[in-house]
Design a binder for this molecule. Structure first.
Ligand code: AHR
Length: 504
């Protein structure tokens, strides 16, 4: 029997970080692999609705409570002609999709995606092409989407069957423009200039929109974080958010180190906050730029098999990572990192949503199921609404190849005053020992424990399949509350959701 280590936490309803913007539970659908075709859309599937959308997939997306979904890319957007995806389907061109080297049929485009997003209760975060195109295409696109009518592009939308404007509020000014792989890759100066002029034109069409400028594609980019500084020098007054993207992998099979990668994410967020605030100071501005972490996840399992995919096929199985239990734990810690930065991270998109590095998998013409990472995402999205509280935590720590002083206990706390509920999210990164955790909750008088949900498995590499859901939450956590103090057992390598509610 392994030894339990001890950890402590104090929670107080006055230790507030910020109201949580629910859009941190966003996701992403790119025209890539089987995300759209065979994922959300499969007209010949027995469960497809009259528009061809898979209802089994819609049900799973709704279970995740996804408030905003980024579209249509990703790398794909940097050579995308939005006009290809609107109007009569039979007239839409088949194109070479250069980012992923596939064939894009354009059967799904803006209007269909907006309809699908509405059906799953999500807003759309739309991206414009600043790779091969620019100001002109972007201003026409926003006129098509958001202008009520009586002009060339808005009338065309109406002719295409959409009388009312889509009123898309959030727009990304390109994608990963710092990356040499990006079609139309730019220097920070070139991008900054193009982004600010595109923003100006888009806002003239619709002043109510919010705009996201491209930040670095990851912390290892040689231009990070100068890219953000230069970009914001140009765009500070014209945009509302700067984007962050980051993926992790356990390539050398060092799980203790892998589970500490959220510390890198934390460093990334802090660096970008400082960069935004430095430019704010330089500009003597009163405005704050917030963070849109609009691509994040684990991505590495499929790297090898993707090399073998033949180019120029339609919707091949690209980026189909099969996630294991340790991935679910890391994803949990990444979500907790957003909650602890709820004052500045206002949007975040798990990349992606279906089949492509996704919490939901499907078979063509077959089943749909939940990957391991589905659960921490669903838990935080469901119970993480309200105010993020700053827990004062004391935990034993460890060192790894890349990190020092990694706390075994990772946590975040959410207080939902409306329904009088408190949720404590906790991960134990220790691979052998449990943690005996005491939580001082005296400021929440008259509360009781509703449940303690646990995700755990003896095999860190266990996965879910269409046949068998090996990793799923159990309602068997051990915690009790007495005299304002919770005593909880946080088992080795586990994800925990301890839910409190006010007694009736
Ligand atoms: O999500 C997969 C890809 O990762 C996106 O297309 C791109 O933006 C990023 O590099």
């Amino acid at each position: 029997m392994a030894n339990a280590k001890k950890a402590k936490m104090v929670i107080d309803k006055d230790f507030t970080i910020s109201q949580i913007d629910e859009r941190i539970y966003g996701s992403f659908i790119e025209h890539l692999g089987r995300a759209v075709y065979g994922g959300i859309y499969e007209p010949n599937h027995p469960l497809a609705d009259e528009q061809g959308f898979r209802q089994d997939v819609m049900k799973l997306v709704q279970e995740l409570n996804v408030p905003i979904i980024r579209y249509p890319g990703g790398n794909m957007v940097s050579a995308y002609d939005w006009e290809d995806g609107v109007g009569p389907k039979e007239a839409r061109p088949r194109r070479l999709e250069l980012a992923w080297r596939t064939i894009e049929t354009n059967e799904i485009g803006t209007n269909e995606f907006v309809s699908w997003a509405k059906a799953v209760n999500a807003e759309v975060m739309m991206a414009v092409n600043l790779g091969t195109r620019g100001i002109d295409a972007a201003r026409n696109f926003i006129e098509y989407c958001n202008h009520p009518g009586g002009t060339y592009w808005s009338d065309l939308r109406q002719k295409h069957g959409f009388k009312e404007p889509h009123k898309i509020k959030t727009w990304c000014l390109g994608n990963e423009m710092d990356g040499p792989w990006q079609i139309g890759h730019k220097t920070a100066e070139e991008y900054g200039r193009l982004a600010v002029e595109t923003a100006k034109a888009m806002r003239l069409v619709d002043p109510t929109i919010e705009l996201v400028a491209c930040g670095s594609s990851n912390t290892a980019m040689p231009t990070f974080p100068q890219w953000e500084a230069t970009t914001l020098e140009h765009t500070y007054d014209a945009v509302d958010y700067i984007s962050l993207h980051q993926y992790y992998g356990n390539r050398d099979n060092d799980t203790a180190n892998y589970l500490a990668h959220s510390l890198d994410m934390e460093h990334f967020i802090k660096t970008i906050i400082s960069t935004c605030d430095y430019i704010q100071a330089k500009k003597r501005s009163k405005k704050k730029i917030n963070l849109s972490f609009d691509e994040w996840n684990v991505w590495y399992h499929s790297n090898e098999s993707d090399q073998k995919i033949e180019p120029w096929s339609i919707a091949p199985p690209q980026l189909e990572d099969v996630y294991n239990f340790e991935d679910a734990l890391l994803v949990g810690t990444m979500l907790l990192t957003f909650l602890r930065h709820a004052d500045r991270v206002k949007m975040a998109c798990m990349a992606q949503l279906v089949n492509v590095i996704a919490p939901i998998m499907t078979e063509n013409n077959g089943r749909a199921w939940k990957q391991t990472i589905f659960y921490p995402y669903a838990h935080v999205s469901t119970y993480g609404r309200g105010v993020s509280l700053q827990p004062v935590v004391s935990s034993p720590r460890y060192d790894t190849k890349d990190y020092t002083d990694v706390p075994y206990l990772d946590s975040a706390v959410v207080y939902n005053e409306e329904v009088k509920e408190v949720t404590i999210f906790a991960v134990n990164r220790h691979l052998e020992d449990g943690l005996d955790l005491t939580i001082d909750v005296r400021s929440f008088e008259n509360y009781h424990i509703v449940e303690h949900i646990v995700l755990e498995h003896d095999n860190m590499k266990a996965v879910n399949t269409a046949e068998r859901e090996e990793i799923k939450p159990q309602h068997n956590g051990q915690s009790s509350l007495q005299d304002g103090v919770i005593t909880a057992r946080i088992r080795k390598a586990s994800w925990n959701v301890i839910r409190l509610a006010m007694k009736q």
